[in-house]
Design a protein around this ligand. Structure first.
Ligand SMILES: *[C@@H]1O[C@H](CO)[C@@H](O)[C@H](O)[C@H]1NC(C)=O
Ligand SMILES: *[C@@H]1O[C@H](CO)[C@@H](O)[C@H](O)[C@H]1NC(C)=O
Length: 449
């Protein structure tokens, strides 16, 4: 009713609520009992309401806004709330029956939101609109603005800023690694992937696969990384680690010999050692290594029959040829028809392969001068060599005996009656072979069958 306002609204000083300025109606009290005058248009002070509207009904008509008996309705403008009387009457004591006041209405202070902010057109006043925005990496959920409604409450509900952007992760490039020398694995390392997120600094990066810096087996390995931000948004990446074992062509053992190889036999860094069977000795390199370029270092070695020069002049010259290479079994008997010798001879012939494996050479000394013979297989020894051996090892011509010498030419055991191969071998294996020789012998135990 804007039209009636200019007419109906007058400035009226009211006793308002506490804390507000109080004005008394301006009139003089002439009598204790005033004369009631229903015709006085200004019996009461003209009514008025700041930021509001006063609508009055006077029994005398429109022009008499503050005559005695006038009743006025108070209402506040939009955004204001009425405190006090909604309806007042001009009383006989020339006062209005009550007071009213329009107080500006506000909405409550809007709470702050996490990871976002708001800006308002007129603060928290009625009709103000507050627009919400979120920090980078966050998206608004709910209505992006709220309005302070005219009754002092906010429209809608408070929105939230939630992290909906997944993080980003970048894996290192795939890589190929050659297995380390002498191994079938490679130690592979890489820098952990870089993960970023618009919203969060702290991210959970999870490795799915083998740890860096550990030994990877030959073949393909897929390494995955997953990353979660605090809102459980996820990203992932992967790369491949390939381990290659470089191999040389297979190496063949020499004729009359064999190989013992380290590692996997023919992988990069593997070493193969050449060994020769009894009665043969190695000519050439003792071992070859499989190189990075997939070829074997050096040239193949050969196993050639051991050549013993029987026609030397002295016993030491003969023994020198065996020094650190061969063991010796010296068999001595008065003559070829000696029964012990014959029995032993049969047993030795049967044990020939086993003796060869154990690197034992047999020397026979038979009879007495001038028809004395000494021989290694078919090679005959000089008489002074025979004599030298008999003296050095105190071997009698008058009865059957055998002397076993180790690789240093030391007299280790003596037999005065024929022995079977089992007994002889078990003695050699237990006392004359070193650990490595025993192992090799075991590997080749079926060789003589
Ligand atoms: C392999 O490399 C070695 C040196 O490490 C070289 O002597 C040899 O000739 C190379 N072999 C081949 C087939 O390239
Ligand atoms: C062989 O030696 C034995 C003693 O061991 C002797 O009795 C025998 O007569 C010898 N035989 C020959 C043919 O010399």
């Amino acid at each position: 009713m804007r039209l009636s306002r200019s007419v109906a609204v007058f400035i009226l000083f009211f006793t308002a609520g506490s804390g507000t300025t109080v004005y008394e109606n301006e009139f003089t009290e002439e009598d204790t009992t005033p004369q009631l005058d229903y015709t006085n248009p200004y019996w009461c002070h003209p009514p008025g309401l700041t930021n509001g509207e006063v609508t009055c009904h006077s029994p005398r008509g429109r022009a008499y806004r503050s005559t005695l008996g006038t009743r006025c309705q108070m209402s506040c403008d939009r955004g204001y709330r009425l405190l006090g009387r909604r309806s007042v009457m001009c009383l006989a004591n020339r006062r209005w029956s009550g007071t009213a006041y329009c107080r500006k209405m506000r909405c409550h202070v809007l709470p702050l939101i996490y990871h976002g902010r708001y800006t308002c057109t007129q603060g928290f006043m009625v009709d103000s609109r507050c627009d919400f925005t979120c920090d980078t990496g966050y998206r608004i959920e709910g209505e992006p603005s709220r309005i302070c409604q005219h009754r002092g409450s906010w429209s809608g509900v408070q929105p939230v800023c939630s992290d909906t952007d997944p993080p980003k992760i970048k894996c290192p490039p795939s890589r190929l690694k050659v297995a380390e020398p002498g191994k079938l694995t490679a130690k592979v390392t890489w820098d952990p992937p870089t993960a970023t997120d618009t919203a969060h600094k702290s991210l959970d990066v999870i490795l799915v696969g083998q740890e860096p810096g550990t030994d990877f087996k030959e073949g393909l390995h897929i390494i995955r990384y997953k990353v979660y931000d605090q809102a459980r948004n996820r990203a992932a990446c992967k790369f491949i680690v390939r381990v290659e074992v470089r191999r040389c062509p297979e190496l063949f053992p020499p004729l009359h010999g064999y190989l013992s190889c380290s590692s996997n036999g023919n992988n990069y860094g593997a070493t193969c050692e050449y060994h020769c069977e009894g009665g043969y000795e190695r000519r050439g390199v003792s071992s070859r290594v499989c190189q990075f370029n997939r070829s074997w270092g050096g040239d193949p070695a050969e196993c050639v029959p051991i050549e013993i020069k029987a026609d030397v002049k002295t016993a030491p010259a003969l023994l020198d040829q065996f020094y650190e290479k061969r063991r010796l079994l010296i068999v001595s008997a008065p003559n070829m028809s000696d029964p012990d010798y014959q029995l032993q001879n049969i047993m030795i012939q049967k044990a020939d392969c086993g003796l060869a494996l154990r690197h034992v050479t047999v020397i026979e000394l038979l009879g007495s001068p001038p028809r004395e013979t000494g021989r290694i297989k078919e090679s005959l020894l000089q008489p002074q060599v025979i004599e030298g051996l008999r003296q050095a090892f105190r071997i009698s011509r008058s009865y059957f005996s055998m002397v076993l010498l180790d690789e240093l030419g030391l007299d280790r055991e003596r037999f005065i009656s024929p022995v079977g191969s089992d007994e002889l071998f078990s003695y050699i294996d237990s006392f004359l072979l070193d650990e490595e020789e025993r192992e090799k012998l075991e590997l080749r135990s079926d060789f003589c069958d």
